[in-house]
Design a protein around this ligand. Structure first.
Ligand SMILES: [Zn+2]
Length: 242
């Protein structure tokens, strides 16, 4: 393994050499590379990516970590902005501080209207703020929170605890549908993200509210309203969302 400085120090045990790599998984924004005595937890940061290159390929300026495989290839971590990070954790991986307090995956069965109702009960914070808190549910970024709330007909600022179970069920379904559709289209990020075939994400063309402040609602033509909520751009239809 070869490594140059990232934003955080890379602290990996030297004993991982020779260990078999299992099936790579993902939890929230982290990639999990399971080895025999523990696993690597990798965050790609803002601009990082992993690629398989032939051993002996000279590292470029932004290549920071090489994981040498026994087939003559190298898994190379490239990160121009150096916000990515590598961590080592003995099993169970979920005990790592980065993973220990995360809410469920939004596309898993653990996340549904009943779960949301339990989390929202008696709480006054805006439903959008709850939705974007990784301790409640992971992976619902600002764009998707805006879109899911529109799809469910719920105003972003409504106190979570005021929403009926039925409306929270609609919201959980909308979150799943929004994310599934975004994944299908290849994601939204335009700046750094490229698909494995080099194309950018295209979900942006299908957005109903995000980035459309002042434009007519696609459903009712009412001008969409933009506000800041928790410091994040929030757009909703004052007519369709209550
Ligand atoms: Zn509308």
């Amino acid at each position: 393994m070869r490594c140059t400085a990232l934003r955080w120090p890379v602290d990996l045990p030297t004993s991982i050499g020779g260990q078999r790599l299992g099936i790579i998984a993902r939890r929230a924004k982290y990639l999990l590379l399971p080895l025999q005595t523990g696993g690597l937890i990798i965050h790609l940061g803002m601009s990082g990516h992993l690629a398989v290159v032939r051993a002996g390929t000279r590292p470029g300026k932004h290549d920071h970590i090489d994981l040498e495989l026994d087939d003559g290839n190298v898994v190379r971590f490239t990160d121009p902005r150096r916000f990515g990070s590598f961590h080592w954790q003995p099993y169970p991986l979920e005990r790592h501080r980065l993973l220990a307090n995360l809410g469920p995956e939004p596309l898993s069965a653990a996340f549904d209207g009943d779960y949301l109702a339990r989390r929202a009960r008696k709480r006054r914070l805006p439903i959008k703020t709850l939705l974007m808190d990784a301790k409640e549910v992971v992976g619902v970024g600002n764009i998707y929170a805006n879109e899911a709330l529109f799809a469910a007909g719920i105003r972003p600022r409504v106190a979570a605890g005021r929403l009926s179970r039925q409306r929270l069920r609609a919201l959980a379904d909308a979150v799943k549908a929004t994310l599934a559709s975004a994944i299908q289209s290849g994601g939204t990020t335009l700046r750094d993200f490229v698909a494995t075939d080099g194309r950018p994400g295209y979900f942006v063309h299908e957005l109903a509210v995000y980035g459309r402040d002042g434009e007519p609602c696609r459903r009712c033509d009412t001008p969409l309203k933009g506000v800041r909520l928790g410091g994040r751009a929030t757009v909703y239809c004052p007519s369709c969302q209550t």
